[in-house]
Design a protein around this ligand. Structure first.
Ligand code: PLP
Length: 410
């Protein structure tokens, strides 16, 4: 059943040898952030100790070397998702990537009465930036329903997409674990003339993404959720859309020239994208090292990762779904789920469940997971979420299931 060598992989993650509360750590909060392999940490250390220089600035050789690594990282990320390098904008997080689209596209293209769609399973990272910008522009911002079994409600979408200018939705839900059918959403969006912003934050760590095949317009994801350093997000922009976009953040690096007129007002011209959207000093060390994480994932194989993590998820899902007094959320079809399980245990709130598991060394997340509308739709305040990754084991999944069984049986 095991399609990758977990014992071998675990040696690259020393944190997994740690004890917490007298128990060996079982880290199941991977949807929040993943652990980092020694290869990534060593590369970061090497950059800071031996290569550190700001990028795109001076002409000295050290700076040129750092700039080269930075641009090679852009090329690597582009290859990883089958995009062109100029379609890759480095930001601080997936969240900042969505903000960039909401402002640089939304402020310049949305008018009073225009419609922007999100789905009730969207993360706050895609809802709130468009909430702010549609507010500025007097545009509507409307949620698309989800079905009781955890899918986007395609009938509601077909209805609401008429007249919409853009839709945001998650490729993989960070609570329901649903792998959304991107092509069906894109088809309806195209028929309606709406753009598509795909939130790939929970799918990029698990599956091979090809932006050309997905046929989407914008896509975001975060390095820290896929073994990479923090402070690095990726925004993919289909390159012909740059023509429709204005500026977002202003500052150094994103300009071609800054001067002033006789009356002392500034005159600013901008660099070409993607640099136009990378104002100020980026997280250049972390960006330069991000390819090490991507290569690590590729060396395992994205298909192997999905298959393995999905099998861990399925162990926990099936055992919890059988229990009276436990409600498990999201699709019941294994092939429609990614690598996490969200649930509630009758008689306990989600934080009590997380604290109980924590006392056994198991780190899971509890709360609304930045999906307020989804929790409202599910009729709950919070949920407990166990999310798996490449270094988790079948034994860990079985152990957590047994702990919940014990909790239920009192
Ligand atoms: C589905 C989804 N979208 C967006 C985000 C935001 O990611 P970040 O906090 O790295 O910007 C998250 C993070 O949990 C997420 O799960």
């Amino acid at each position: 059943m095991c399609s990758l060598d977990v014992a071998y992989i675990r040696r690259d993650f020393p944190i997994l040898e740690r004890s917490l509360n007298g128990r060996k750590l079982i880290y199941l909060d991977n949807a929040a952030t993943t652990q980092k392999p020694v290869q990534v940490v060593e590369a970061l250390k090497e950059f800071y100790l031996m290569r550190n220089a700001n990028v795109h600035r001076g002409i000295h050789s050290l700076g040129n070397e750092a700039s080269k690594m930075y641009e090679e990282a852009r090329e690597k990320v582009a290859r990883f998702i089958n995009a062109e390098p100029e379609e890759i904008i480095f930001v601080r997080s997936a969240t900042e990537g969505v903000n960039l689209v909401a402002y640089a596209w939304g402020l310049y293209n949305l008018d009073r009465g225009d419609k922007v769609l999100y789905t009730l399973m969207d993360h706050h990272a895609t809802i709130v930036p468009f909430h702010i910008v549609t507010g500025f522009r007097g545009a509507e911002h409307i949620g698309v329903e989800i079905t009781d079994d955890g899918y986007i409600d395609m009938e509601d979408l077909a209805e609401k997409i008429r007249g919409a200018k853009i839709i945001t939705f998650p490729h993989v839900s960070n609570v329901l674990s649903t792998i959304n059918d991107v092509s069906s959403v894109v088809k309806l969006a195209r028929e309606a003339g709406a753009l598509v912003l795909l939130d790939a934050t929970q799918s990029a760590p698990h599956m091979k993404l090809d932006v050309k095949r997905l046929d989407i317009d914008f896509m975001v994801f975060s390095s820290h959720k896929m073994l990479g350093p923090t402070g690095v997000g990726v925004l993919y922009v289909r390159k012909d859309l740059y023509r429709e976009m204005g500026v977002f953040e202003g500052g150094g690096d994103m300009i071609r020239s800054v001067s002033y007129r006789d009356d002392y007002t500034p005159v600013v011209t901008y660099a070409d994208p993607p640099i136009k959207y990378e104002a100020g000093t980026p997280a250049f060390a972390e960006i330069a090292v991000f390819p090490v994480a991507l290569e690590y994932l590729e060396s395992i194989g994205m298909e192997n990762i999905h298959r393995y993590v999905n099998s861990l998820m399925w162990i926990l899902y099936t055992r919890l779904a059988e229990l009276d007094g436990v409600e498990v959320y999201g699709p019941s079809r294994r092939e429609d789920r990614a690598g996490l399980v969200s649930f509630n245990v009758e008689g306990f709130n989600a934080h009590e469940v997380a604290a109980y598991l924590d006392s056994h060394g198991v780190a899971i997340r509890s709360g609304h997971h930045c999906t307020g509308p989804l929790h409202k739709r599910l009729g709950i305040e919070a949920s407990a979420r166990a999310s798996f990754y490449i270094y988790n084991t079948y034994e860990e999944a079985e152990y957590v299931a047994s702990l919940i069984e014990e909790l239920v049986s009192g």
